[in-house]
Structure formats: C-alpha cells, structure tokens
Write a protein that binds this ligand. Structure first.
Ligand SMILES: NC(=O)c1ccc[n+]([C@@H]2O[C@H](COP(=O)([O-])OP(=O)(O)OC[C@H]3O[C@@H](n4cnc5c(N)ncnc54)[C@H](O)[C@@H]3O)[C@@H](O)[C@H]2O)c1
Length: 262
C-alpha cells in the first residue's frame, strides 16, 4: 500500500483511447495519482494534446489498437523506457447506432475489430509484459450494454458482452498461471463524452429531429442519477489499477447511476 501517497504512485500505465472522453479522464487521474502514463489513440494529435495538458511524465503515442504490430511497438517502448508495465486500461472503442437490418457484415466486423480485437491484443500484450513481475492490472471498458440489450445497437451490444466474458476468461488464465495479474471490466452507463454526444445526434436524426435537446433530456432520466461524467469512470480505473483492489479479478464494475437496477 502507498498510504498517504497517490493511489498508483510509481506505477507504469498504458491507456488506449486516451485522446478523448473516458480514456482521457482515466489517463489524467492515473497521472494525478502518481502513475507514469503512456497515452495512446488512433488520433495521435488528440493523445498528444491530452499528454500535454497532463504534463509531467505523460507520454503520447499514435496507435491503432486493432493493430498487432502497434501493440508490440507500444510495449517495446514502455519496457525499454520503464523496465515494467503495471497497468493497461483499454478505453478505445466505437459505437454504431444501428439496428439489426441496418448493420452490414462490414459494420459488424468493424465494431468487433475496434471494441473486441483491440482488447484481446492489448490484454495479451500486457500480460506478456507483466509476466516477469507476476503482478499487474488490466481494466477493460465494456458497457452496461453488455448486460442489457438495445435494439439500436446490435453490434455494439454484442461486442461489449464479448469484452465482459473475455475479461473473465483472461482473469482465470492469469490466476491459473500462478500470477496476481488481475483483469476486470467496467460497465459504464450514459457518460458525457464526445461518443455520447454523437449518439444523441444520431438518435435525434433517426427520429427526424434536428434538435437534440429532447433526446438528451430523455437520457437524463434513464438513470436515477442522470448522465455521468468521464471522471466517474476514471476513478474506477484508478481503483482497479491500484493496490487497493488486490483481490478483485474477473469482476465487472457497473457504474451507471443506477440505470440497470431500476
Ligand atoms: N460514453 C458512454 O456513454 C459510454 C458508455 C458505455 C461504454 N463506453 C465505452 O467507453 C469507452 C470510451 O468511450 P468514450 O465515451 O470515451 O468515447 P470517445 O469517442 O470520446 O473516445 C474514444 C477514443 O477512442 C479512440 N479510438 C477509436 N478507435 C480507435 C482505434 N482503433 N485505436 C485506438 N483508439 C481508437 C478515439 O479516437 C477516441 O479518442 C469505449 O469503449 C465506449 O464503448 C462509453
């Protein structure tokens, strides 16, 4: 434990999708709590802007999280510069607001590529990097759409359920190898990020409404606590990344303002 110090003091972390929304908040809070953070994003400029805003030891890398070779490059740099990896937060993701009949096979594969293959590649690369020390924490951002279904998000729902179950299997694998490498998923509800904003615009357009305020007002009421902030998820990443959660693995942390329990 690091009582009195940052929650992740001295840890080395990689955060994907760190140029926006939840990844950005997670990277900022991990850095504020003492970690050296590598921020990656397919939008390299956005990752750089976040790293600059964080300052200190934050470093940015352009990375397509679907690309196996890119994962090798990220891990090679982290291990060369820091000698270890303690935390991976897989925050990169996309949403596609499309019902079953509107979803093409290419759409489906695209969503699975970004949301699922990236998590598989990242988790595997991180576990390899963590094996020498036999400890570490991997946090995969799923969604409450892994637990509840939405007809307008067929591929997305399936991809997030895949992330959740992959997380459980990976957690078991790490434990069965005799390591304390922990793998957990977080299941956010409606969180105020550019992704949510795009979805609100999409849904309003599908209703033939140019004004998005009605959809936003409706979504405010989905959960008893309304729409959440990216930091609400970022703090959960910090907790799961820290030594305060040593017995938590294969778990899913639902953070949705009470949405799915109503
Ligand atoms: N915002 C919500 O309400 C909500 C709810 C549940 C789950 N989530 C999940 O949280 C995660 C983050 O979402 P957000 O709301 O912050 O979205 P966001 O769009 O604000 O940020 C996502 C980031 O991922 C990056 N990205 C996209 N494709 C990538 C790729 N192939 N490789 C690397 N980076 C890539 C984007 O450039 C962007 O910076 C996603 O997995 C999303 O599915 C979000």
């Amino acid at each position: 434990m690091n009582a009195g110090r940052g929650w992740v003091e001295g840890k080395v972390a990689v955060v994907t999708g760190a140029g926006s929304g939840i990844g950005r908040a997670a990277a900022r809070l991990l850095a504020a709590e003492g970690a050296t953070v590598y921020l990656t994003d397919i939008d390299g400029k956005a990752a750089e802007a976040t790293a600059e805003a964080i300052g200190g030891s934050a470093r940015a890398m352009a990375q397509d999280a679907r690309d196996e070779a890119a994962w090798e490059a990220v891990m090679a740099r982290v291990l060369a510069e820091q000698g270890r990896l303690d935390v991976l937060a897989n925050c990169a993701g996309i949403q596609l607001t499309r019902g079953l009949l509107e979803t093409s096979l290419d759409d489906f594969r695209h969503v699975f590529g970004v949301n699922v293959e990236s998590v598989f590649l990242g988790t595997r690369a991180a576990v390899k990097a963590m094996l020498p020390q036999k400890t570490g924490s991997i946090v995969n951002i799923a969604s409450n759409f892994a637990n509840i279904a939405d007809g307008l998000n067929t591929a997305y729902c399936a991809s997030k359920a895949a992330v959740a179950h992959f997380t459980r299997a990976a957690a078991l694998d790490c434990a069965q190898r005799g390591t304390r490498i922990r793998v957990n998923s977080i299941h956010p509800g409606c969180i105020d990020t550019p992704m949510l904003e795009r979805e609100i615009v999409d849904v309003a357009a599908k209703r033939g409404d140019a004004d998005t305020s009605a959809v936003r007002a409706e979504w405010q009421t989905l959960a008893p606590l309304g729409i959440g902030a990216a930091e609400d998820i970022g703090w959960a990443v910090v907790y799961l990344a820290s030594d305060r959660s040593p017995y938590t693995t294969g778990s899913e942390m639902v953070i949705d303002g009470g949405h799915i329990v109503r």
